[in-house]
Write a protein that binds this ligand. Structure first.
Ligand SMILES: [Zn+2]
Length: 356
């Protein structure tokens, strides 16, 4: 098997990683991070499980990385992402695994954010001979297919010379913001929630000549975790899209790299099934958020007095060793590591790092 250097990978290395995942029918978790604590926890988990991993920032996560109160929030969203990427470039190789650096959803309003990141990427490429990010996501799934694809073409033309990849979304991943997954049943036949194979073929026809891309497909997946029964996953939608592209272009099995959004809280059997249809990346955010807070919260509840008094008013016991923020943050990090260990197993990537 081809081995890759550890650290942030891009271009041909990224394609090698995707091919290994397709052949081995495994996927990598793409974990949303918000600071150096969550980044380090993701790297720690990947190293401990000998799995490669995807680190991604949403625009909100990037803003938080720069500082929630930074005066210019647009600048914070750009510089926070750049700063986080530099942190990962510096440290990832020392964890001995391959890391994909990615940015999450950018809708129409966030295209200027994406373009600013690409501009930073161009500067970084000139200075270092490699891109700042492995890939970016452009999510115009709420727009017409024509608008979605023409904008994807325009950005991919800018990114391809930097050896970057573009993730697009076809069909709409639901979430709280759409009232999807709420107590009103979403209905398993809602066409908005299911990607149409013809749209995937159209995307392939237009983007494949321009550069590397992947598709976040909707097969009933939603963002967040909801009551059981509200979400009906239909991974066979992915199979049909792969089949149409494969037969039209005479390609091999699962020609398209597919991305599974809204992986948190999904049924394990449906996750396993999607791995057989070319899913190489599964986003996980809600579950790692909860894992961090659950374990950090348990730590606080253990000695609540230490979070109200520096010295216990009755016993005189000093609490410095308990309220040291490193203790609290470390508990949160350990929560993320434990949850990701489960994710690597679900996605069958444990022990499969390509790093030499
Ligand atoms: Zn998503």
């Amino acid at each position: 098997m081809t081995k890759l250097r550890p650290g942030v990978i891009f271009g041909e290395e990224y394609k090698t990683l995707i091919q290994a995942a397709r052949e081995g029918q495994y996927a990598l978790p793409a974990v949303n991070v918000v600071g150096s604590n969550s980044i380090n926890a993701v790297l720690e988990a990947a190293a401990a499980n000998k799995s490669d991993v995807i680190v991604q920032l949403s625009n909100g996560g990037a803003q938080f990385y720069a500082g929630a109160a930074m005066p210019d929030s647009f600048q914070a969203r750009v510089l926070g992402a750049v700063s986080a990427a530099q942190h990962v470039h510096l440290l990832a190789k020392h964890y001995g695994v391959c890391v994909v650096l990615h940015t999450d959803h950018a809708n129409r309003k966030l295209v200027p954010w994406l373009e600013a990141l690409i501009s930073h990427g161009e500067d970084y490429f000139r200075a270092n001979g490699r891109p700042l990010f492995t890939s970016h996501m452009l999510d115009l799934s709420e727009e017409t297919l024509e608008d979605n694809l023409s904008e994807s073409e325009r950005l991919l033309k800018r990114m391809a010379p930097l050896q970057m990849s573009l993730e697009i979304e076809l069909g709409c991943t639901g979430g709280e913001e759409d009232g999807v997954g709420s107590d009103d049943d979403i209905g398993s036949d809602n066409p908005k929630l299911y990607t149409q194979p013809e749209d995937v073929l159209e995307a392939y026809n237009r983007l494949d000549p321009l550069g590397h891309f992947s598709v976040a497909a909707s097969f009933g997946n939603v963002h967040g975790v909801y009551k059981p029964g509200n979400v009906k996953l239909r991974p066979e939608i992915l199979r049909e899209s792969q089949k149409l592209v494969r037969e039209t272009h005479g390609l091999g099995e699962n020609p398209l790299p597919l991305v599974f959004h809204g992986g948190s809280g999904s049924e394990k059997a449906k996750i396993a099934e999607s791995l057989g249809y070319g899913v190489f990346k599964m986003n996980i955010d809600t579950d790692t958020q909860f894992a961090f807070s659950e374990q950090a919260g348990a730590y606080v509840f253990e000695t609540p007095n230490a979070f109200k008094h520096q010295i216990d008013p009755e016993t005189g016991v000093p609490y410095k060793k308990v309220y040291d923020p490193r203790k609290l943050l470390r508990e949160g990090e350990k929560g993320i590591v434990t949850r990701l260990t489960e994710a690597f197993e679900d996605l069958r990537s444990t022990g499969k790092s390509l790093a030499q």
